[in-house]
Design a protein around this ligand. Structure first.
Ligand code: ZN
Ligand code: ZN
Length: 373
């Protein structure tokens, strides 16, 4: 295994709150109200479906949740976070805490991308007095989440391994005449059997001309002889996602099928070997995009090259023609070039890569060569 990204002696996740608190000081905030559940899980360890987290720039954070999670918080919530089980309204409890004597006159950030209008109304209008200033923020916790620590990387490695096992067990069961839905069902079964907690997104299984739809939903369409079959799926382990795609062919491939698959596979190879921490997202994207364009199919690769994976299957950083942000050391990203020809079909191949200081490491090892079933 490669060098880890945090000292081995540190307990997993211990420094996340401290890193956020450093960012709050830098942003001149006295506290951050965290409402995005993946951000709450990242910072506190709590994986339930209903919570608010208040992180002060200095001192202990407070997590409010409800009775359903009274036992769960005891095993999940990390040090540095005080968990409160609230019988009525989490928002009322939060605002009551903020109104306690000595707690006022503070600048409190909120996550403007992760708040309903109704909830924002609760403090912007009804509870103006609970802070001296309510300040909209974006990307404070997400920026920390871009850089995976050793525990997170280990979890993603396992999620990748589960996905690869599931695909390995599913491919030999696929026959001409089965429907896309049947294949998706088998894949989901094998994901569960291999240990996946769930599905980071609905499995994409598309056959024939439907492989030209980058985000096809599986249907009752039967898979025909000689057709492409595109499978895009992932596993979840301890909250962390993997995301893989392979395109196979039902029988011997035609020359054109092989040529297009080769082009996508080579574009993936050049990007997954050439991507580096420090590179801007658009420069990473350009490695594969330029390769496909030189092959004559630039117009047929219409989506971005990749995205971060972690607690969410689509998170920062982005590898796209509009992403100017540099890719940080420790990011785990997908590389997923594709070519889509309406009415004919398409190919996408997707792997997961971690960006070490000395270069990329491929996390997914499933063969990229065109498989004939
Ligand atoms: Zn995918
Ligand atoms: Zn993806």
């Amino acid at each position: 295994m490669r060098s880890t990204l945090t000292p081995d002696s540190a307990p997993p996740g211990a420094d996340r709150l401290a890193r956020l608190q450093g960012a709050l000081v830098g942003a001149e905030l006295d506290a951050l109200l965290v409402t995005a559940l993946p951000n709450i899980r990242y910072l506190s360890g709590f994986s339930g479906s209903n919570a608010l987290l208040l992180v002060p720039a200095v001192g202990e954070a407070t997590l409010w949740t409800d009775f359903r999670y009274a036992t769960q918080v005891k095993t999940e919530v990390r040090g540095g976070v005080r968990a409160v089980i609230e019988a009525h309204s989490l928002w009322s409890a939060l605002l009551a805490t903020l109104r306690e004597p000595g707690a006022g006159a503070r600048r409190i950030g909120f996550e403007t991308e992760h708040l309903s209008h109704r909830d924002a109304h609760r403090f912007l209008d009804e509870a103006r007095d609970a802070a001296s200033e309510w300040r909209p923020t974006t990307h404070l916790v997400e920026a920390l989440r871009e850089v995976k620590d050793a525990e997170e990387l280990a979890r993603i490695r396992t999620a990748v391994a589960i996905a690869e096992t599931a695909l390995e067990r599913t491919l030999p069961t696929i026959r001409v005449g089965q429907t896309e839905l049947e294949v998706a069902g088998r894949l989901e079964f094998e994901l569960r059997r291999a240990g996946s907690e769930g599905f980071p997104f609905e499995c994409i299984v598309a056959a024939g001309d439907r492989t030209a739809l980058p985000h096809a939903r599986p249907t009752s369409r039967a898979i025909g002889a000689g057709e492409f079959l595109l499978i895009d799926f992932g596993a979840v382990h301890a909250g962390y996602c993997s995301d893989l795609t392979r395109t196979v062919v039902m029988g011997p491939p035609s020359d054109r099928q092989r040529a297009i698959h080769d082009l996508v596979r080579e574009a993936l190879g050049s990007a997954s070997a050439g991507v580096r921490a420090g590179m801007r997202g658009w420069d990473a994207d350009a490695i594969a995009r330029d390769y496909i364009a030189r092959g004559g199919y630039g117009e047929a690769f219409g989506h971005s090259l990749g995205h971060g994976i972690g607690l969410e299957v689509h998170e920062a950083p982005r590898l796209s023609s509009t992403a100017d942000a540099p890719l940080p050391v420790g990011a785990v990203v997908t590389i997923e070039p594709g070519i889509y020809l309406e009415g004919w079909g398409g190919v996408r191949i997707e792997d997961d890569v971690v960006l070490h200081p000395d270069g990329p490491e491929l996390l997914s090892r499933f063969p990229r060569e065109l498989v004939s079933l």
